[in-house]
Each structure stands twice: as structure tokens, then as C-alpha cells.
Design a protein around this ligand. Structure first.
Ligand code: GDG
Length: 469
């Protein structure tokens, strides 16, 4: 194998700051092995973008940044990606904003990026594309004659066929996806939806090995639930400290980007029902909700912020006393090590999205607990993580009564049961951490049979991996 080339909407920082969480940690080793390259959007837009990737060298891997004009970036990122694809793929078709210029910008970015990547990749490099912002990339690379192995991982959910069809370009999206060699999704639920979409849109045929025959070639499909650095997060929680320790009440904690998919108003409705039905807990527990801002330029995000603030104010006004605030709401990002400690100090972790690809907070909460006195995870049935974490208390976030019951159960759960549930969850996570995730995906991608030459030559009339001069 040549280099691993990761492509994502955003690249890691050039100086390595902010590497502590997520993908960078997961992929560092694989990238470092053969002088890997991470290609991603430059943090700032410019009116005069460079025509090629702008390279930076890090000791562990290289970074190639692509630059975009501010308007193109807005239409591609805030527009098509986050005002159409994000709500549609999360089942919120009521929030989609369809604009022809968004669709044009979305295709244009992948087209430009494909040219820049094709100038750079070597024949034996393996390309791994991440997420919904870059779905057309394999199509554009193939059109240039790129014969490299190309894998794609979708971090967010695949909705049912009828919801998917609300996206005006649904046929194109399905066809673009089918040009990858391997498509990875988070859950069995997503896999079933994807198979259904391919069947109906491209007459895809499911093969005995779980792959799909589409347009005379085989597309490999797989379910690869993403995870975290379990051991690393546990250490952060054990060793870290918080600036100001929170009040010593049993705490419920929620940590979510302020996004309508995370079910924050519904979470507060469940908490309000809990306080109303079980008055003995008033003054005895508190809910700490950390919800840093995100995509503030999109209207739906401003709306969800207002709704959350109203609801938090309503509960505090209704039940708060001079010495007790039922909801503490922080609309800022906290340092990662502080989060880890706060998870450990909280008796209940509330992870109740309406729809979520995976939800890493659920895994972080479990990893952070003290195994001799662990807290309880309350987890939405609609989070991808629910497929892997049945020992959590699984709830329907649309049902405040169910949420209230689960909250009471969690707060009253005997120590032995908390330990047993936590041990089962932790053992599973320890064996399925983020390294396991990336290694499984790459192993499958490397096992993909060589690409069908006829299919490549249809586009470019040349050998795979050989660049057009
Ligand atoms: C997408 C999919 C999928 C949150 N607040 C702060 C903070 N965070 C960190 C959490 C966690 C991460 O952000 C959020 O990850 P999630 O998985 O919960 O959600 P998305 O951002 O929506 O991610 C999701 C994920 O991709 C990976 O595939 O699981 O389903 O939607 O790590 O801890 N971190 C810091 N301060 C905060 O205030 N430092």
C-alpha cells in the first residue's frame, strides 16, 4: 500500500493543537506509517484561493489545505451541507432549505477538490473520504481517471428512502455514493436504509456477501460504529481537574453541540416532568447542560438556541429557589479535560438525541466513570450508540414520561446494578475503541478487489492510477 490519504471538510491544525479528541487520534498511527496525508478545508476563506493544495508538514503526517472563496464556502457548507443534507439525513425535512446555488456549489467544491487531489495522489495511495460534505468526490475523481481505492465513511445517519427523496438531488447522491469502493456507515439501521436506497434508485442487488451489485460492479458496504480513545478518556477523567467544582448534588449532565438533532428541548421537557412528578427530588439534584454554539449562521440553529434558553428559564423560574438552580446551562465550549471530570462527577449522563449517527458523548460518559461508584447512562433509542449499549437505560426522547421514569430509576439504582451495567458497557468499549474502528475500516478497504478496468476506462480511456498528462 502507498500512503493513506484522508479527505475531510476540515483538516486538523497545522501545529497539532486540538488533536486530543476524535478522528486525528484515531488515524494518527495509520497516517504516520507511510507518510500519510490529510486533505481538508483551510480554516479561512479567501477571494483568491490557491489553485492547488497548500501543503504543510507535520512530524506525524502532511496536511494539504484547499482554499475556497467565502461565497462558495457559504453555499457549499452552510447551504447545501448544513441547510439541506444535515436536516434531511436527520429526518428533519421540515427544516430543509432548497436553493439551486447550494447544489451547484456542492458539486463545484468536489469537482475542484478532485482535481487538486488527482494532481497529488500516487497510484498506490488509498483514499478515505469522510462525511456528507464530500459525497461526490469519488465520482469526480473517477471522471478524471483516478483508479485508486476510495473509501467513504458517513458519520451521520442514513434516513429511510422516503425521507431521502426529499433531497432534490437524491438520485445523484445515490449514484455518487455507488462510485466508492467501500461505503461505511455507523449502524445496522443505516446499512438497511442504504441498501433500500440503492435497490430503489439504482436497481442495486444485494449479494450473498452483503455487498451490492450496482451498474455491473460490486460496491462493498459495511457497518463500522465509530468510538473514542477509551483508555485515554478514562485517564483524563481520573487525572484532570475542574476550575470551579460544581455544587455537591447528584448531577445529571448533558453535553451536546447546540443542534436540533440532539433533542435538547425534549430533554428539558423530560426533566420538567420528572421534577413535577417526583417533588422529593426538588432541591436534591441539578441538571448541568453544556451546549456550545455551532453553525450560528443557519437560522434553524438560532431558533433552537432561543427555544432552549426559554425552556431552561421556565424550569428555573417554576422550581428554582434562592439556594437551588434546577438547570445550569452553559452556552460555551469547555476544555476537554474539564468535561471528562464533570462526566465522572455526574450521577446520570443524559444522551437523548432525536436522531444521531453514533453519539460519542455516550461513550465518553461511560469511559469517564469511577468503576467502583459509576453513574448511569440514559440513552435515546435513536442514537446510533444504542445498538451497542443495551445496558444503558434506553428511552424515547419524544416521551417526557419515559424520560422522567428513567431519571428516577437512574437516581435510585442500587450500587451493585450500577456497577454491573457499567462493567458490561466499559468492557465492550475497551474492545471496540476508535483504533479498532479505523483499523476495521482500512482492513476492509484494503481487501476490496481491484477496480473494474472497464468501468474506469469508460470515463477516461486509460489505466487506473495513471494520471492524464
Ligand atoms: C458527528 C455525528 C457521530 C461537545 N461539547 C464540547 C465538546 N464536545 C465534544 C464531545 C464529543 C464531540 O464534541 C461531539 O461528538 P458527537 O458524536 O456527540 O456529535 P457530532 O458533533 O454531531 O458528531 C455523531 C460523530 O460525528 C462521530 O462520527 O458520533 O453522531 O453527528 O467528543 O465531547 N468538547 C469540548 N468542549 C465542549 O464544550 N472540548
Amino acid at each position: 500500500m502507498g500512503r493513506l490519504v484522508i479527505v475531510s471538510n476540515r483538516a486538523p491544525s497545522i501545529d497539532g493543537t486540538g488533536d486530543s479528541g476524535g478522528l486525528v487520534v484515531a488515524l494518527k498511527d495509520a497516517l504516520a506509517k507511510d507518510g500519510g496525508l490529510w486533505i481538508g478545508g483551510a480554516p479561512e476563506q479567501t477571494d483568491t484561493p490557491a489553485p492547488s493544495l497548500v501543503f504543510h508538514h507535520r512530524p506525524d503526517f502532511d496536511i494539504g489545505l484547499f482554499e475556497l472563496e467565502p461565497q462558495l464556502y457559504r453555499d457549499y457548507y452552510l447551504g447545501y451541507s448544513n441547510s439541506l443534507l444535515w436536516p434531511a439525513l436527520h429526518g428533519r425535512v421540515d427544516l430543509i432549505d432548497v436553493q439551486p446555488r447550494y447544489a451547484a456549489a456542492y458539486s463545484e467544491v468536489s469537482r475542484r477538490l478532485a482535481r487538486m487531489i488527482f494532481e497529488t495522489v500516487r497510484a498506490d495511495d488509498v483514499i478515505w473520504v469522510h462525511d456528507y460534505q464530500l459525497i461526490p468526490l469519488a465520482h469526480e475523481l473517477r471522471a478524471l481517471g483516478c483508479g485508486n481505492r476510495i473509501g467513504f465513511f458517513l458519520h451521520i445517519p442514513v434516513p429511510g428512502l422516503e425521507t431521502f427523496k426529499a433531497i432534490p438531488e437524491w438520485r445523484d447522491l445515490a449514484a455518487w455514493l455507488a462510485e466508492y469502493d467501500l461505503i461505511g456507515v455507523q449502524t445496522q439501521r443505516d446499512l438497511a436504509h442504504l441498501i433500500n436506497i440503492f435497490r430503489h434508485t439504482l436497481r442495486g442487488e444485494l449479494r450473498y456477501n452483503g455487498n451490492m451489485g450496482i451498474n455491473g460492479r460490486e460496491v462493498v458496504l459495511g457497518c463500522f460504529p465509530i468510538s473514542i480513545n477509551v483508555e485515554g478518556f478514562r485517564r483524563l477523567a481520573e487525572e484532570g481537574s475542574v476550575g470551579t467544582p460544581p455544587p455537591p448534588l447528584p448531577r445529571l449532565i448533558g453535553v451536546d453541540r447546540l443542534d436540533y438533532s440532539k433533542g435538547l428541548p425534549q430533554r428539558l421537557a423530560g426533566y420538567e416532568t420528572f421534577l413535577s412528578q417526583y417533588p422529593r427530588f426538588r432541591g436534591q439534584v441539578s441538571l448541568l447542560q453544556i451546549a456550545p454554539p455551532t453553525r450560528d449562521d443557519v437560522e434553524a440553529y438560532r431558533d433552537i438556541r432561543e427555544e432552549l434558553e426559554l425552556r431552561a428559564g421556565h424550569i428555573n423560574g417554576l422550581y428554582g429557589t434562592v439556594d437551588w438552580t434546577p438547570v445550569q446551562y452553559i452556552h460555551r465550549a469547555l476544555p476537554r479535560d474539564e468535561l471528562a471530570v464533570l462526566f465522572r462527577l455526574s450521577r446520570v449522563g443524559l444522551v437523548t438525541p432525536l436522531f444521531d449517527g453514533m453519539n460519542l458523548v455516550a461513550k465518553e460518559y461511560v469511559a469517564a466513570q469511577d468503576e467502583t461508584d459509576p453513574g448511569v447512562l440514559i440513552l435515546s433509542q435513536f442514537a446510533g450508540a444504542a445498538e451497542e449499549m443495551p445496558q444503558a437505560l434506553i428511552v424515547n426522547p419524544h416521551d417526557p414520561q419515559d424520560m422522567a421514569e428513567a431519571t428516577r430509576t437512574a437516581l435510585e439504582m442500587p450500587l451493585a446494578e450500577r456497577i454491573a451495567r457499567h462493567a458490561a458497557l466499559y468492557d465492550y468499549l475497551a474492545n471496540h475503541d476508535v483504533e479498532y474502528w479505523s483499523a476495521s475500516f482500512l482492513k476492509r478497504l484494503l481487501a476490496v478487489e481491484t477496480i473494474d478496468l472497464h468501468w474506469i476506462s469508460r470515463y477516461a480511456g486509460q489505466q487506473p492510477g495513471v494520471k492524464a498528462s
